[in-house]
Ligand binder design. Structure first.
Ligand code: NAP
Length: 293
């Protein structure tokens, strides 16, 4: 079994980006700039945004954090989005999800200018991804594809099961892996909460992407020998072992599954750092106007 070290690959990717940023600025181009809107003070969201800002510092990007209270109106949030759309110094920005229930998430995502949508959530970017056109690919699936490639994991002709069909992880992941591209060509089965006899699918899978948000859901008896398992899940569970009082748990029962795998990602240190690296990569593409001229 080989552990896939997402932290290492993420830092390597960021080192390459940092070199490119230094070169860009030496040639007189402006410093790439990522902005984030954070609504409320949910602990998980605070941590994710802090990691994104830290990554910006690491690669030499400028970053701006816009904090809004959890009672912010949809109108005010839309105004903040429009301001960033029109701010020529900002290359790309994200609105950290989830949003409070009184705000229509789709309306906010659709308000982001596609050329600045470095999270790759806007329908234009999702549609372009499906059609194999230049776009920002949603950060988590993009990071997973990069991880598979970094470990020279062959995807062509493999049976792949994706568990979870969210718009930001499972669905785009299933599309990327099924594409006729070097990092695709899998035969993909997309499973969800209505899937019957899930184990009959996972037992046939060469690659399993677990993205449902249910701690330790995938057990050893659900995985065939030699499978590649990518654990996307990050659920905060109470813990007396940590200072913060919680621990991050993946969707995979690691101790049971790992011995059967050829490759597996840990939680933390697997997919999470790659999501950040992909966001930074998308922002670099935005700054260089590589996708939208
Ligand atoms: P989500 O929007 O809650 O979607 C969960 C999906 O899992 C849904 O499609 C749901 O099916 C499916 N599901 C739930 N229970 C199931 C079951 N028992 N059997 C099969 N499918 C089941 O979740 P998400 O936003 O994709 O996030 C999934 C997990 O990944 C969470 O733990 C999240 O924190 C984590 N995450 C991590 C990163 C990272 O960077 N590491 C990034 C994003 C998300 P239905 O559609 O039928 O309801």
């Amino acid at each position: 079994m080989q552990l896939i070290d997402g932290k290492k690959i993420s830092l390597e990717l960021q080192e390459d980006i940092a070199i490119e940023v230094t070169q860009m600025m030496a040639s007189g181009l402006k410093q790439p700039h990522l902005a984030a809107i954070l609504v409320g003070n949910d602990g998980g969201s605070e941590t994710y945004v802090a990691s994104k800002i830290k990554a910006c510092e690491r690669v030499g990007f400028k970053s701006t954090l816009i904090r809004l209270p959890d009672y912010v109106t949809e109108e005010k949030l839309l105004q903040a989005v429009h301001d960033l759309n029109n701010n020529n110094d900002v290359d790309g920005f994200i609105v950290q999800l989830p949003l409070p229930r009184h705000i229509n998430e789709h309306k906010i995502i659709e308000a982001v200018k596609p050329s600045k949508d470095v999270d790759g959530f806007h329908p234009i970017n999702v549609g372009r991804m499906v059609l194999n056109l230049p776009c920002y690919v949603s950060a988590t699936p993009y990071g997973i594809v990069h991880l598979l490639s970094a470990y020279n994991i062959e995807t062509s002709g493999k049976n792949c099961v994706v568990i979870g069909r969210s718009h930001i992880v499972g669905s785009p992941m299933s599309i990327l892996l099924a594409k006729n591209t070097a990092l695709g060509n899998c035969t993909v089965t997309l499973c969800h909460s209505k899937t019957k006899d899930l184990i009959s699918h996972t037992l046939k899978a060469d690659i399993i992407i677990c993205a449902l948000g249910s701690p330790e859901f995938l057990k050893g008896n659900m995985v065939k020998d030699g499978a590649i398992v990518i654990d996307v899940g990050t659920t905060r569970v109470a813990s007396t072992e940590t200072k913060s009082g919680f621990k991050l748990k993946g969707d995979v029962m690691f101790d049971e599954v790992a011995p059967k795998c050829s490759y597996i990602t840990p939680v933390p240190g697997g997919v999470g750092p790659m999501t950040i690296a992909s966001l930074i990569k998308n922002t670099l593409l935005a700054a260089k106007k590589d996708i939208y001229k």
